[in-house]
Design a protein around this ligand. Structure first.
Ligand code: GRF
Length: 219
């Protein structure tokens, strides 16, 4: 049997692209069997686009603010994505809510990383909210994208114990370090077939998963 060809992935970004970089690095290191066929940003001139170009990956801008409205943005974005023919769409610091129709087009084939232990704290300012709530743990979740914001089935969570001296910045730094490990790992699980999305849920090794895998920060 011939080996599977690398998984074709498109990465959507809005900013610094440190998760994109982690994916690029994992592919270069041979731990992720994928090929990034294009990086698309909704904002011009961001660092993530520079990272793509530096790695020889097509860097595309679909400038949200240059579009007539959200529908026009969705149509333009879908057109670019379709041109890339990705098997998987990876949201990596993509800060815009996608039109439901576009999400449906990539049902079970679109991932996001969100900096909280979902279902806790969907949306913004997750570090501040966890600190203000006095939580013992914070972290990040890699999940399939569904039309409801930050609510799709989770594949893996990375958990960080909140320290008394933690600030939003210190917590973000530790959580993002975890993201850079678990996001390429989750993509590799999909590439290898260890994890799949079927009937609206996550399957792991051919069985319905009872919950996300978890990895805890080493203290
Ligand atoms: C990440 O922490 C991710 O959880 C959130 O946005 C941040 C983006 O960081 N969705 P980067 O652009 O990958 O550096």
């Amino acid at each position: 049997m011939s080996p599977r060809p690398p998984l074709r992935i498109a990465v959507l970004v809005s900013g610094s692209g440190s998760n994109l970089q982690a994916i690029i690095d994992a592919i270069a290191a041979g731990s992720l069997d994928a090929r990034i066929v294009g990086v698309i940003s909704d904002r011009p001139g961001v660092r993530a686009l520079e990272r793509a170009t530096a790695a020889g990956i097509p860097a595309i801008t679909v400038d949200y603010h240059a579009m007539a409205d959200r529908d026009a943005f969705g149509t333009a974005l879908l057109g670019e994505l379709q041109g890339l023919e990705p098997q998987l769409v990876v949201l990596a610091g993509f800060m815009r809510i996608l039109p439901a129709g576009l999400v449906e087009s990539y049902r079970g084939r679109m991932l996001n990383v969100h900096p909280s232990l979902l279902p806790l704290y969907p949306g913004l300012h997750t570090y501040r909210r966890a600190l203000e709530a006095g939580d013992a743990w914070h972290g990040t979740t890699v999940h399939f994208v569904t039309p409801e914001l930050d609510a799709g089935p989770a594949i893996i969570q990375y958990r960080v114990r909140i320290r008394p001296a933690d600030t939003e910045d210190s917590l973000r730094e530790r959580v993002q370090r975890g993201e850079h490990h678990v996001y390429p790992l989750a993509i590799q699980w999909l590439a290898s077939g260890r994890v799949a999305f079927r009937d609206g849920i996550v399957w792991r090794e051919g069985r319905p998963a009872t919950g996300p895998e978890t990895i805890d920060e080493k203290e």
